[in-house]
Design a protein around this ligand. Structure first.
Ligand code: LLP
Length: 422
């Protein structure tokens, strides 16, 4: 997006050069653009302005408090999948009344906390979960608003690990069982069915699967209404893809227009759970070349970021653009595998990249704002990277690099005498 751009031979996030970020905060470092988050969120909000709606940003994509805070101020709600994510929303000043709770394995304590703070809706994924939620709501003297996550059995045509709308995966209630489940929900004293929900997968680059799913949901909606089960909202999940490598996902506005046309005059409030399409192209991972290791078969550029910092290439063979941060035109290019320092062959950020590299160069791994830091680990006892957010010409540290001691602070040695060798 235009929020990361070249200016005077330097790659910038808005008004701040990434070279300046690296000087101040070191590498590896995630750099987010507030304007990009804002712009991506508004692409959803704008076409829905005239009707009742709630855009519940999927926190799992990037749950940094500054991101939550920024989106909350823009009017976002949040899609959470754990009590931890709920506590983050509260810690960042988000409104629990704008939270929906997804996930196949909600625990009792998670349901109880969500009921206590008064979330907007539980996206229930099984009949067993309906019974459990009813019991817990009863115990707390509450009535839980529920939406059933229906599995519409459509092929999202995306990577199998992130496709969730087919009959043979663990998510949702099969569409053929949905009416029975709604009748059951309507019977249970402490539940109030208010919505229908689906989420068919992630990084979708075509409209057709979304529209197929919508058609099946609308047919279900009409059957439920005919049976006297009032449905207030439709939650179409997240899943809209982004441009990592020349993909051309539908524009949000076109997606909305196609949906609104099909929904017609049904008086439904609309909800969405976008994650990637808001966060991915609002962030880059900044890293520095440590060593160059040209060879017979392969040239390796060893950088200071690794699979623990950004696992998408390793886990999904995902491709993310890697560019220099300072213009080095004139230098000779070669094909490089950009790899990290971790002791695994799968530790790479990009393969066969045509780059002109020298030791000490800064590189940006693009489209790293979603499923980047949130999937980072401390493998090899590496601190997770710093996170900074640019707002115009201003630069804020929104996540400190972990001090090494923090990595073992929660651990203990064995007590004296517990070890045989004593
Ligand atoms: N709602 C539900 C119920 C979900 O399971 C997900 C993502 C979303 C919304 C947000 O979907 P999005 O708009 O981001 O596509 N780690 C993987 C992606 C996993 C997505 C899981 N569910 C990756 O890095 O590609």
């Amino acid at each position: 997006s235009g929020h990361f751009h070249w200016q005077q031979g330097r790659l910038h996030a808005e008004g701040v050069s990434l070279e300046a970020v690296a000087e101040r905060f070191g590498t590896p470092c995630y750099v987010y653009s507030a304007a990009a988050f804002t712009d991506h969120f508004r692409q959803y909000a704008r076409p829905l302005a005239g009707r009742d709606h709630l855009i519940c940003y999927a926190l799992k994509a990037n749950s940094n408090l500054a991101v939550i805070d920024l989106l909350a101020r823009l009017g976002a709600g949040f899609d959470i999948v754990s009590v931890g994510e709920l506590e983050r929303v509260l810690a960042a000043g988000g409104d629990p009344g704008r939270v929906v709770f997804s996930g196949v394995g909600k625990r009792d304590d998670e349901m109880a906390r969500a009921l206590q703070v008064g979330i907007r809706c539980f996206n229930v994924e099984s009949e067993a979960e309906l019974e459990r939620l009813d019991a817990i709501a009863g115990r707390l003297g509450k009535r839980a608003p529920v939406s059933l996550r229906v599995n519409p059995d459509v092929d999202a045509r995306t990577h199998p690990y992130i496709s969730t709308g087919l009959r043979d995966n663990k998510f949702g209630i099969a569409i053929d069982d949905a009416e029975r489940a709604y009748r059951r929900a309507a019977e249970l004293a402490h539940l109030e069915p208010v919505g229908i929900d689906c989420h068919i997968g992630s990084q979708l680059t075509e409209l057709a699967p979304f529209l197929d799913a919508l058609d099946r949901l609308l047919a279900l909606h009409d059957r439920l209404v005919a049976q006297g089960i009032a449905i207030h909202h439709l939650d179409l999940g997240g899943g809209l893809g982004v441009d990592y490598r020349g993909e051309t996902p539908p524009a949000v506005a076109d997606y909305m227009a196609a949906l609104l046309e099909r929904i017609g005059t049904r008086p439904l409030s609309l909800m969405f759970e976008p994650g990637r399409s808001i966060a991915a192209n609002a962030g880059v991972l900044l890293t520095r070349v440590e060593y160059l290791k040209p060879g017979e078969a392969k040239n390796f550029a060893i950088v200071d970021a690794a699979m623990n910092d950004l696992i998408r290439p390793t886990l999904y063979q995902a491709w993310q653009a890697i560019t220099p941060v300072v213009n080095n035109g004139g230098r000779e290019t070669r094909q490089w595998d950009v790899v990290g320092p971790i002791c695994e062959s799968g530790d790479y950020l990009g393969k066969d990249r045509q780059l002109a590299l020298a030791e000490g160069d800064l590189l940006a791994v693009h489209s790293a704002g979603a499923y980047g830091f949130v999937m980072a680990s401390n493998y090899n006892t590496r601190s997770r990277p710093a996170e900074v957010m640019v707002v115009g010409d201003a630069l804020f540290e929104v996540g400190a690099r972990e001090p090494l001691e923090a990595l073992w602070q929660r651990e203990s040695r064995l007590p004296q005498g517990a070890v045989v060798a004593d």
